[in-house]
Design a protein around this ligand. Structure first.
Ligand code: SF4
Length: 364
């Protein structure tokens, strides 16, 4: 296959570059070669759509304009700036990574693949993007979109989650990426994947690579990449206790520093174990978290949400506590708080949905 890649390399680079000049998307992180800004944009873009990222990117850089500012920031403030984008592990890793860059590299983002990929949250794709776009190095940036285009271009019929296939496509991209404007080449592939060689629909008549593309010539576009049947997501039940004190303040807890939605603020409770009843499990969870005994009252609200690996239905129930004072046992912290106070703490989407439902529909 590498012979085929070499044969068409010049034509691919020339055609793609001409197409990119006419069609490139105007994006704020394309107006800079600052590796910090490019790094932030790439981490945000990992699991979030471009249009959603733009306002977050601008706001995040207003608050944390450079790696030093991010390194000294409180994690809570970083999570707050990230709120609603989801996949909070990215924000925690960015924060940790900034500290390491300041400690180890004096605040300069490293410019080698080995150093970059040794940092938390930076894989070969992000490193390739930073090296090519900020430092002008001929390193590929290969994500799922780029793999899809290359698989079609060279009619690779194996599933793209096959590790050997991924390696082969990475090698293909490394061979194609030119030494002149490598960042533009990588971004041109990204734009082509977003606008023309899309996952579900190929617009081959608009494609600058159409005459070179084996999938188009063999009419295999719809079958490449090979589709895999996704197993259906497990569905988990969770319960939250909505506890208010005499002043109407809500009891909230900060999740542990590791695990799902780490360090975010939430209502006391957690997953309901299989075979357990919602009420008894909720009483047990609250006792484990805060060392208090509660009585469960009426069911107040139910919200549903989907995470990457499971779906969840969260039941919010009124909780009553006697005079016991909470202690932070299986949580980082706890507070009595107003809804406005909750809004300024970093919290997950499902907890904000609960608070919104409580405020709009339920008379507490
Ligand atoms: S010709 Fe069609 S299948 Fe081939 S790269 Fe272009 S859009 Fe994708």
């Amino acid at each position: 296959m590498m012979n085929d890649v070499m044969k068409i390399k010049t034509a691919v680079v020339r055609r793609l570059s001409a197409w990119y000049k006419r069609n490139k998307r105007v994006l704020p992180w394309r107006e800079t070669t600052d590796p910090y800004r490019i790094w932030i944009s790439e981490i945000m873009l990992q699991q979030t759509q471009v249009d959603t990222v733009i306002p977050y990117y601008r706001r995040f850089l207003d608050i944390f304009p450079n790696v030093d500012a991010l390194a000294v920031a409180r994690l809570e403030d970083v999570l707050k700036a990230w709120e609603n984008m989801g996949y909070y592990a990215r924000a925690r890793q960015l924060h940790r990574c900034a500290g390491m860059i300041v400690d180890k590299y004096g605040g300069k983002i490293p410019d080698t693949l080995a150093e970059l990929t040794a940092l938390p949250g930076i894989g070969a794709y992000t490193a390739g993007a930073v090296l090519s776009m900020a430092y002008g190095q001929a390193v590929p940036a290969v994500d799922g979109n780029v793999r899809r285009i290359l698989a079609r271009l060279f009619a690779v019929r194996k599933p793209l989650d096959d590790l050997q296939t991924q390696k082969q496509l990475h090698q293909t991209a490394a061979t194609l990426v030119p030494s002149k404007k490598p960042g533009d080449f990588n971004q041109a592939l990204m734009d082509l994947g977003a606008a023309v060689c899309k996952a579900k629909k190929t617009l081959c008549t608009l494609c600058p690579l159409a005459r070179l593309c084996q999938a188009r010539i063999l009419e295999l576009q719809d079958g490449i990449p090979a589709k895999k049947k996704r197993p259906s997501l497990p569905h988990r039940q969770a319960a939250a206790a909505i506890i208010q004190n005499r002043d109407g303040l809500f009891l909230v807890v900060q999740r542990p520093a590791t695990g799902l939605l780490a360090s975010l603020w939430t209502f006391p409770g957690g997953f309901v174990e299989d075979g357990k009843t919602l009420k008894s499990d909720l009483i047990k969870r609250v006792r484990e978290q805060l060392g208090i005994r509660i009585r469960i009252g009426e069911h107040l609200a139910e919200v549903r949400h989907a995470y990457t690996h499971f779906r969840i239905t969260l039941h919010a129930c009124k909780g009553y506590v006697s005079k016991e004072t909470p202690k932070a046992l299986a949580c980082r912290d706890w507070r009595w708080i107003t809804p406005a106070g909750f809004a300024v703490l970093p919290s997950s989407k499902i907890d904000r949905m609960i608070m919104q439902t409580l405020l709009s529909e339920i008379k507490m």
